[in-house]
Design a protein around this ligand. Sequence first.
Ligand SMILES: [Zn+2]
Ligand SMILES: [Zn+2]
Ligand SMILES: [Zn+2]
Ligand SMILES: [Zn+2]
Ligand SMILES: [Zn+2]
Length: 359
Amino acid sequence: MATAPSDEEMLQAVERRVSRPGVTTRLTVPGAAALTWQSVFECRIVRSVERRTERRRRVKGRQSGLANRPTYTHLGTYPVAPPADPGAQRRLELVQEGSLAEEPCEDCVDGKRDCEACEGRGGRPCPRHIECDACHGGPDACWECDGTGHPRTKRSRAPRPRPEGAEARAACKRCRRADVACPKCLGERQVTCPVCKGTGTAGCGTCKGAKRLRHEECGGTGRFTAWTEGVVTHTPAAEELRPAYPPFSKLRKGQWRTAVLTSADDDLPDFLEDAHLKQAAPFLAVKEGEVGRRVTLRYLPLARVELRTDPDRVYYAFPEASGEIEVIGRPSRQRVTALAWAAFAVITLAALVTLTLLR
Ligand SMILES: [Zn+2]
Ligand SMILES: [Zn+2]
Ligand SMILES: [Zn+2]
Ligand SMILES: [Zn+2]
Ligand SMILES: [Zn+2]
């Protein structure tokens, strides 16, 4: 890998940039130029952080898949290989040796429980008959026998004249007279219960007569599986060290030096400057739970050059990918400030002139 250009090489490049035909500026002469290194250093680290947790678990039903999981005795010492890619998320589920057991459900029998609504009867008692809602079981049940079956008179009477528009009467089931009884209950004062249809038992709306229901807590299986679970996770955590530097898009085409480190024991690359090594050391310290890392380092030598003969401009020099040194010229900060003041002065003067003319 090429080494960074020297102070002299940088100054010579600026020299070529500022020289005009016939005029040669010697910048390497002491006092002609001031050079400061402002090299760009970027550092990104992705750590793989491991966490180990243990808890007791209990789930409904039989869990046949658990028998295939790897087992451990002490979670803290169980060997887990560090991830090949520190940027990958990973989760390893383990079962503590000898902790796996099946427990019967104590709140049901074979996954079923008596229906709570009907207490396991499948229904509730219900009257077989209800009062007729046309005659209300009163005297209108039958004009002859009042629903008793005993006519008031032994003799047959001529049928009572029915008022105009009134409902036709029926033959009484009790006293057998024609045209005297309530047409709904036929003189019996009551009708069959529509709820139980005369059976004396109304079905339970909850279990629909099944008496027993599936026990949801155990999933209708009548058992639970319990075990001690150990979980090992590898979670990527990324951090970036990206100092501010002059926003020149041309820097992208620079001859960046890069390095990738995969272990905390790897040495930092020797192309870095001392200041960068000092910045990187605390940033790259090993963190708690870290089991893997990938560090990406980028470096571009960049020099800032000021000329004694031209205080209005500053120059930035850096090596391009081809190895040539590229120079960017910018107005100096004093120059920018001075220009801003000049612009302000012009505006103020213009305003004064305008006001003066308008008076
Ligand atoms: Zn159960
Ligand atoms: Zn009923
Ligand atoms: Zn009757
Ligand atoms: Zn009736
Ligand atoms: Zn029920």
